[in-house]
Design a protein around this ligand. Structure first.
Ligand SMILES: N#Cc1ccccc1Cn1ccc2ccc(-c3cc(N)[nH]n3)cc21
Length: 236
């Protein structure tokens, strides 16, 4: 997978050289490039923002630097098609990112992430980029961050771990929260007694059928208690 990120804070993404994603970059599983938006602002102060038309507090990101930056990634003459790269702009007004979307995006050959700051990006950037590539505005939850960088880090981690070859044991991805629509079951490891707290005996029984049954029951009970919204109405 090819990943391009545009941000005024490229250093945010230095962390992506660590751990699994770092290994994936070294192995070539992921080809990641981070672009500094200010490299595409050519005035003396490398200005990327200005006051909003119509008034209001805060600043809006200017379209020109974004246009030049995205042209350098997509091609100035690119025409959007179903084979175009997918350009994702984190936004509080976006569709909500979830495990289903992470799975979908992990199959994309090329992703471009545009990190806004201030009060957001001039709308014409989204409108114009949609003529060059596929565009989605994506929220990582119903709260407001100061910019898109943290959202992109979260999405890249959630997407990256699903890319074939990323994790050693793909089976470990199946029984996680949200993979089957349920929260995951509680996990235990040695010692079998810790501070007078015992591991549930079924997990020490060696009876795999009983273990699987107990784990599913735990998933349903935890989901019903913590996230009933994930269950179909009749199971809540
Ligand atoms: N836009 C906007 C905005 C609007 C009002 C106040 C502050 C901001 C800050 N901001 C600028 C860029 C940007 C990108 C993504 C998020 C974001 C995503 C999620 N899920 N929460 N917040 C916020 C972002």
């Amino acid at each position: 997978m090819k990943i391009d990120i545009v941000s005024i804070f490229p250093e945010y993404f230095d962390v992506l050289n660590v751990s699994l994603l770092g290994k994936a970059r070294q192995s070539g599983l992921i080809d990641m490039n981070v672009h500094n938006l200010r490299d595409h602002a050519h005035d003396r102060h490398r200005t990327v923002d200005d006051t909003p038309y119509g008034g209001g507090a805060g600043m809006v990101m200017k379209p020109e630097p974004w246009g030049e930056a995205l042209d350098s990634i997509l091609g100035a003459d690119a025409v959007a098609s179903e084979d175009s790269p997918l350009v994702i702009f984190p936004s509080p007004a976006g569709e909500v990112f979830d495990q289903k979307m992470a799975r979908e995006l992990s199959l994309e050959p090329a992703l471009v992430f545009g990190c806004g700051r201030y009060e957001g990006i001039d709308q014409r950037v989204f409108d114009h980029t949609a003529t060059q590539a596929r565009v989605r505005l994506v929220s990582i939850g119903d709260y407001v961050l100061n910019g898109g960088e943290v959202a992109v880090l979260a999405m890249i981690e959630a997407i990256g771990r699903l890319i074939p070859g990323m994790v050693g044991n793909p089976e470990s991805l199946v029984e996680e929260s949200h993979e089957d629509g349920l929260l995951e079951y509680p996990s235990y490891t040695k010692p079998s007694v810790w501070r007078e707290r015992e591991v549930p005996p079924v997990l020490l029984s060696g009876n795999h059928g009983a273990v699987d049954k107990w784990r599913h029951e735990q998933q349903v009970e935890r989901t019903r208690r913590v996230r009933p919204d994930l269950l179909p109405p009749e199971q809540r």
